[in-house]
Design a protein around this ligand. Structure first.
Ligand SMILES: NC(=O)c1ccc[n+]([C@@H]2O[C@H](COP(=O)([O-])OP(=O)(O)OC[C@H]3O[C@@H](n4cnc5c(N)ncnc54)[C@H](O)[C@@H]3O)[C@@H](O)[C@H]2O)c1
Length: 284
């Protein structure tokens, strides 16, 4: 199957990035947001994202304008009816995602591929909200979508191999590198990166070294662009916490249990870059 028309539901951080990249690569994109104000903000997010790419010299102003022309913003879910790929990117909330996917199932033709962008929710739960679990694949784009090359494409035991392959082809057409992984909590990326981040926090709690030194060891010793504390602040400490809690719930392995210091920072509202303070302080 070949993707021509894409629908994106939920145009926040991830949805806007996916919309930008799909429109930049020539796809017509119908975007559905929750209400008029959210839709207006979402269109601005897509425009800002395109303009950032222009300012980095990777897209012309005319290219950005043409891409924005390919985006149709609406609050009417029925607008997804003619899409051949629907990407759901609403909040990481199981009940909300199940609701939305049930509606997508009702509105779209039976052979339309439905992809859910989730960080940690098992795809089989989301697929179960539809009458065609075989049409559901997971996609895990990375933030910021225009810059990050990787897309994890998640297959469940019931996903149709043609859909998994078609989504991987779509990701390739967006200039991304798809990696197909099975539907396990955390997929591959978060399964490996979350315990690493938590181990760094535990080492700091135990007084092994201060956070700056731990970051320096990882940067200089292993050639990572940033250390675990800078990375946690970038991801958002609430997100790191929630991913860890959700994997702990599934695996009951203490490696995934959020350490007390992380819980405390989240309770204080010290969420990292987005709140101006996390492990480090940021001028906003
Ligand atoms: N932010 C990240 O770094 C990141 C990375 C990978 C995956 N994800 C996953 O991607 C998904 C989206 O995350 P995000 O960070 O973009 O969230 P976000 O909060 O930035 O955006 C969610 C958007 O969904 C919209 N929305 C909510 N209910 C809706 C509805 N019923 N219909 C239409 N739109 C609706 C909201 O108005 C909002 O604009 C989540 O499942 C998240 O776990 C996020």
């Amino acid at each position: 199957m070949q993707v021509k028309r894409v629908a994106v539901i939920g145009c926040g951080t991830m949805g806007a990035g996916v919309t930008h990249v799909a429109a930049e690569h020539g796809y017509e994109v119908s975007v559905v947001e929750a209400g008029p104000a959210a839709a207006e903000a979402a269109l601005r997010r897509v425009d800002d994202s395109l303009q950032r790419t222009v300012s980095r010299g990777r897209l012309t102003q005319a290219g950005a304008a043409a891409a924005l022309d390919r985006v149709t913003m609406t609050t009417d879910l029925e607008a997804i009816a003619d899409a051949d790929l629907v990407i759901e990117a609403v909040f990481e909330d199981v009940a909300l995602k199940c609701d939305v996917l049930g509606e997508v199932d009702r509105i779209t033709a039976p052979d339309v591929m439905i992809a859910s962008n989730t960080s940690t929710i098992p795809l089989v739960i989301l697929a179960g909200a539809t009458r065609r679990p075989e049409s559901i694949v997971g996609c895990h784009f990375f933030n910021p979508v225009p810059a990050m090359k990787l897309v994890e494409v998640i297959r469940t035991p019931t996903s149709r191999p043609e859909h998994v392959a078609a989504f991987a082809d779509f990701a390739t057409a967006l200039g991304k590198t798809p990696v197909v992984v099975n539907d396990v909590p955390g997929f591959v990326g978060n399964l490996l990166i979350v315990p690493y981040l938590l181990d760094a926090i535990r080492a700091f709690e135990r007084g092994v070294a201060d956070k700056e030194s731990i970051d320096e060891v990882i940067k200089l010793g292993f050639n990572h662009p940033m250390g675990p504390f800078a990375l946690s602040d970038l991801i958002g400490l609430d997100i790191v916490h929630d991913m860890a809690a959700s994997m702990y719930e599934e695996y009951k392995d203490p490696r995934y249990s959020p350490p007390p210091l992380l819980k405390q920072y989240v309770r204080l509202g010290w969420l990292g870059r987005k709140s101006g303070r996390g492990f480090y302080s940021y001028n906003r």
